[in-house]
Design a protein around this ligand. Sequence first.
Ligand code: PT1
Length: 264
Amino acid sequence: MSILNITPDSFSDGGTFYTDELQLDRVLRYAEGSISAGSSILDVGGESSRPGASAISVTEELDRVIPVIEALRARFDTLISVDSSTPEVIRESAAAGVRLINDIRSLQRRGAMEAALETGLPVCLVHMQGTPKTMQKRPTYANVVRDVHTWLMRRVDACLVAGFSANQLVLDPGFGFGKTLEHNIALFRDLARLVQTGYPVLVGVSRKTMIGEITGRPIEQRITGSAMAAAIAASYGAAILRVHDVAETRDALIVMQALTQGMQ
Ligand code: PT1
């Protein structure tokens, strides 16, 4: 899954295509590059969720995301996901041809559950403690691995009760969403257990603070660390890897597959 940030304030240098106005030609060129590098999902998001980011209005989010989805659909056959928590955006994205809803708020926004359910699409549920604005202030858990697992299973139950079928759900422990480095590491090392639930697991660590903390590198130098982390996540059974650097991640994955036993 490659990241297409349609935001003026993305945390990362790469994958952002919105300065004063939308740069659709750049989005399409980036998408084309990531598809030829091996991406099978294009994740379009209009609202930044990096630590400290503020919320935006519904109109703003629609104006950023819908034209991009329409342009991608017109040009490519690749599956498109929308990174959104907003009912109106979920509805209109589905109408524009999105095939997966990626919601860092796990359908907890008012009306989001109903909107997502009506689309009939699969949904990625993501664990987050707090909100993007405040989540890194003082993340605390009794036992991060158990707490995140329990929380995700509660969201699964809420979705099943609302009418989703189990095969519409994807789980994501939400790396960097209200977690210290120690929390992120504990969750990462436990990924295989989340995979054991039988739900496909999505992992997003690309260029994040945790990679910076492990390697001591600034954001533009986290590509190798991120690709390594993605390969390890795949070895634990993660089904979807959300990344900025598709070509580098692909190389890490195919080399691992070629040189590791028992990975099919
Ligand atoms: C993610 C994810 C996402 N991450 C899914 N969607 C972001 N399913 C946006 C940092 O610590 O992991 N899974 N959509 C980006 N959010 C962050 C969070 C970016 C933390 C950076 C950090 O640097």
